[in-house]
Ligand binder design. Sequence first.
Ligand code: SF4
Length: 205
Amino acid sequence: MSTEHDTDHIIGYTLDQRRYLNVTNRCTLRCRFCPKFNDDWVVRGYSMRIGQEPSVAAMIAAVGEPAQWEEVVFCGFGEPTLRLAEILAVAQAIRPQARRIRINTDGLANRVHGRDVTPELAGWIDALSISLNAQDAETYARWTRPRHEDDYDAMLDFTRRARQHVPEVVLTAIDGLEGIDIAACEAIAQSLGVGFRRRYLGRVG
Ligand code: SF4
């Protein structure tokens, strides 16, 4: 079993009473600001590089007693919803005891899976933190290097749909990146009826 500082196969790590699960290193985007593209896989002393993606059983084991955490967060140096079936299986297993379950996502799950997956989150996921990243598609594309021209719109559509099924939906953007207008990002969140969180370059959590 992995330990918190097993640098090759870290699955779970703890920041501020929150238990983070490192679900995958695969990703739908290729963000220029992503530390992994600068060969920096270490977050607050934890290496995020995983040799093999953790099984459902390994992720449940990495949570341990769910009630001890303020929140269990599916994340990773990658996009957790690429493994939607697995993270929902974990969420269903820990749901009875978990105080709060969140997914950190780039909001492209519907595009990846070819269907609206947001109803599948209902009842299992308490919160979504979705990377808005930018106030318009052009700036978004410059920073995240998406595979499809309309990924920005797909992310916004995912956000609109998700808020009908997930109690707390928050859009995020990183302050400090050239060309990112935080006030405009916040206004987009408001117009969609979701929350907004400003993140800071180089700070993960
Ligand atoms: S979505 Fe996150 S993990 Fe994926 S490339 Fe962007 S910053 Fe990195």
